[in-house]
Design a binder for this molecule. Structure first.
Ligand SMILES: [Zn+2]
Ligand SMILES: [Zn+2]
Length: 103
């Protein structure tokens, strides 16, 4: 690792943080830990088409994404976290990927 740090293997940000010998920025490290925790949770089925959704991290919260309709779903606790601290811009970015079962 150089004195000036290296590029995060995940997002390319400059960092001196390392995980398993790979340059990984602190934000990515945190996200990966969240993802590891999330993998231990039950997988949810898409309410729209019944496909098994995969866990993804978006803006430091765990979401379930449907591979079929690309819908994004939040667990209750995750929604609380969103309300608690994520900027509106992040919420808007999430909302653009939402499948909203209105009507
Ligand atoms: Zn990173
Ligand atoms: Zn779906």
């Amino acid at each position: 690792m150089s004195f000036f740090g290296e590029k995060c293997a995940r997002c390319g940000a400059k960092t001196r943080h390392e995980v398993d010998g790979k340059a990984t920025c602190v934000a990515c490290d945190n996200e990966m830990q969240l993802l590891v925790e999330a993998k231990g949770e039950d997988l949810h089925l898409c309410p729209v088409d019944g496909a098994t959704m995969s866990k993804e991290i978006a803006h430091m919260i765990v979401v379930d994404r449907c591979p079929t309709c690309q819908g994004v779903w939040l667990d209750g606790g995750e929604l609380e976290r969103l309300k608690g601290g994520v900027e509106a811009s992040a919420l808007m970015a999430m909302a653009s990927g939402f499948t909203v079962p209105f009507g």
